[in-house]
Design a protein. Structure first.
Length: 318
């Protein structure tokens, strides 16, 4: 492709706009030029960019920047020492494969990064709930991995409880129909992935989780349903459903076998939309499992606990 020919008068015009304080992105967009073209034109007219002369960083300097950053020197201090911009330091750290620390902005919030170190009832529950409804992102240069819980607005109180569990002060983003909280922590993301949350990362779910009724209550609260339904001539049938990846449902079947006769366990799981499956329990099996999951605990999704309490009242014994 032929290079774009730019007249001297045009160069003078956008250089003047740049030196007058217009943002680089605005000048680039207006004239259809690149970042390099602006700085090339500054050189042609003997002008220096705002903030001082452009300096290239040599490879020995790049290695030294990486070494000093790992020792704890911040990006602003390094920019001053090497007489370059902060973005230049950030770019250098990226190409030197250095994982950057959270920014000062991120440190404005408090967070207990060890919340999942001990697998107590609360940790097991939230791991189950997060396996169903949470999202773990990937860390990028200059930013830690996002850990995101995004629910219907009617469940905003549950979002608050998750934030309290994490000891987080991050703002809850409230929209017309949703409520969301996002924290950034490589430690929490790594711990979740090690335990098998989310399965898409390739790890099997830790047996400490799949053996816990608190974990499965979290899964049902997030991606399951329970209720009393009318099926043909039977007006009061208790049902329990769970939706998820095949490996999750197979693990739930193994858990259910501890409480329900093996021959009564569903022999297969139903495919919904690939890669999602569903398993259903009804009548006595459902009532037993609901009693196992929703009694003697300290945390659950309020609206599903109300349904579970109703079922246990109306069907007091099995």
């Amino acid at each position: 492709m032929a290079s774009k020919i730019i007249s001297r008068s045009t160069r003078l015009q956008f250089v003047k706009e740049y030196l007058d304080g217009n943002a680089v992105r605005d000048v680039k967009k207006k004239y259809g030029i690149s970042h390099d073209t602006i700085y090339e034109s500054l050189k042609i007219f003997g002008k220096e960019p705002r903030g001082g002369k452009i300096r290239k960083i040599s490879w020995p300097q790049r290695r030294e920047i990486a070494r000093q950053y790992r020792k704890g020197i911040g990006t602003w201090a390094l920019a001053k020492r090497f007489n370059v911009s902060v973005p230049s330091i950030s770019y250098t750290l990226k190409i030197m494969d250095v994982l950057m620390r959270p920014s000062a902005f991120a440190k404005r919030h408090s967070l207990n990064e060890h919340a999942f170190d001990k697998l107590n009832e609360a940790a097991l529950y939230w791991l189950g709930f997060f396996a169903a409804d949470g999202h773990i992102g990937v860390a990028t240069a200059g930013s830690q991995a996002p850990v995101d819980l995004h629910l219907s607005r009617k469940d905003i109180e549950h979002v608050r409880r998750f934030r309290i569990f994490l000891g987080a002060t991050h703002k809850i983003q409230i929209r017309e129909r949703s409520a969301r909280v996002q924290i950034r922590s490589n430690k929490i993301a790594t711990r979740m992935i090690q335990l098998g949350i989310k399965p898409k990362f390739g790890n099997k779910i830790d047996k400490q989780l799949t053996k816990s009724r608190h974990f499965w209550r979290g899964m049902i609260d997030g991606d399951g349903s329970l209720g009393i339904y009318k099926i043909e001539t039977r007006p009061h049938v208790v049902s329990l459903h769970l939706v998820g990846p095949e490996n999750i449902l197979l693990a739930f079947i193994a858990f259910a076998r501890k409480y329900v006769e093996t021959k009564k366990i569903p022999s297969r799981i139903n495919r919904c939309i690939k890669p999602t499956f569903q398993i259903s329990f009804s009548a006595r099996m459902a009532r037993i499992l609901i009693r196992v999951l929703y009694t003697q605990h300290s945390i659950s999704l309020r609206r599903k606990q109300i349904i579970a309490d109703r079922i246990m009242r109306e069907f007091p014994s099995d």
